[in-house]
Design a protein around this ligand. Sequence first.
Ligand code: 5GP
Length: 118
Amino acid sequence: TVKTYEDDNIFAKIIAGDLPCHKVYEDDKTLAFMDIMPQAKGHVLIIPKQKAVELSQLEPEYASAVFMTAKKVMAAQRKVFERDGIMQMQLNGAEAGQTVFHYHVHLIPANFHELGKH
Ligand code: 5GP
């Protein structure tokens, strides 16, 4: 069963402007900002301005908007971090490792062949 959306989750507060973030892009349906604990340099999170806990609750117009924003962010990451590899990750449910229960997509500049070798 999917958790109930909680209006006081961290990302809801970021959308509302009640918590600061390092914003990289915003439009009427999405917000993109730097992850506070990056898994690699340039780790960005993209969220819809919709009350969705996870993928199953995401409305088509917001799903579309999130992925259009992801394309913009990815292009910027490739330029800024001179990395060809951009990993897209998105966790659904605590069991999968989801810790913030407002839908979000991770975009992580990464070299797959270097992962786990640190
Ligand atoms: P999840 O495991 O739910 O897919 O990922 C949640 C992500 O949100 C983590 O990568 C974590 O570092 C990030 N995060 C948690 N709290 C904050 C916050 O207050 N600000 C920002 N910018 N990122 C956060």
